[in-house]
Design a protein around this ligand. Structure first.
Ligand code: MG
Length: 258
């Protein structure tokens, strides 16, 4: 009897573990390749939620007067003029319209919208700034906003900059934090107490053993930005945990077909 129970439990954990280890999709800059959407728009966040992927990625900068805003590039174009976000006050940045007509969102507005999402995690990318103090301020502001809204369990952090991943690890000790820059081995990331790497697929093609090394250290692996079917298949075969893509429906479909 006891023996049967043991095998039942064993089966349960084996299947449970399989389910947990399923590969997951992250919509890069939201789900933007669809009607009415645009990269890093609030619409792209809600659309990512509607297709029930694991997460939606978003890029965050700090304006010159300390307002965290959502945008990928370091600059925006307003009336034909290029403006560097970190040198521009929020009132000016606010006049910028995204490709779908939405005003450039603040991080607050983005998090308010995210609170209404039912399925996804938010993957926050801290963009590298010139001054360490600005980066520290940005990390502090965002992590406080997340905490105030009780969203700690639903937000993960990524960055190319070492300072940012260290700040995120310090200020949000329980949050998943991944490093993007492609140059550090899982062993080094382990000493930094990071959750794993989130590297370009070319890095992972050159260092496929890093996936196994990361898993052996209890880390997770994310790969960006995987869009072409042949790359998606290669990355699926490498058994990474997360696939960040501009084609979330395509990746989802390919994963379901495995
Ligand atoms: Mg990004």
């Amino acid at each position: 009897m006891k023996r049967n129970l043991f095998f039942l439990l064993l089966l349960f954990f084996m299947f449970g573990a399989t389910a947990i280890q399923a590969q997951q999709v992250i919509a890069h800059r939201g789900f933007w390749k669809t009607d009415g959407s645009a990269q890093n728009s609030i619409t792209s966040l809600m659309k990512a939620d509607s297709i029930q992927v694991y997460g939606s990625e978003v890029d965050i900068w700090l304006s010159s007067d300390g307002v965290p805003v959502v945008n990928h590039d370091a600059d925006v174009t307003l009336d034909g003029e290029k403006l560097i976000i970190q040198d521009t006050p929020f009132a000016t940045l606010r006049k910028v319209r995204l490709a779908n007509g939405e005003p450039l969102p603040t991080a607050e507005e983005y998090l308010d919208a995210f609170e209404k999402c039912k399925h996804i995690k938010l993957i926050v990318e801290f963009k590298s700034h010139r001054a360490k103090e600005r980066e520290d301020l940005l990390a502090e502001k965002i992590i406080n906003m997340v905490r105030e809204r009780g969203l700690e369990e639903r937000v993960e952090y990524i960055a190319f900059g070492i300072n940012f991943v260290q700040q995120a690890r310090k200020l949000a000790p329980n949050a998943p934090v991944y490093y993007l820059n492609g140059d550090l081995s899982p062993k080094v990331l382990d000493t930094m107490k990071l959750s794993g790497f989130d590297y370009h697929y070319n890095v992972v093609y050159k260092k496929p053993d890093w996936v196994k090394e990361a898993h052996a250290l209890g880390q997770k692996v994310n790969v960006w930005t995987v869009n072409k079917p042949e790359d998606i298949q290669k990355i699926i075969d490498l058994k990474v945990d997360f696939i960040t893509t501009d084609e979330p429906l395509r990746v989802k479909e390919m994963l379901q077909a495995q």
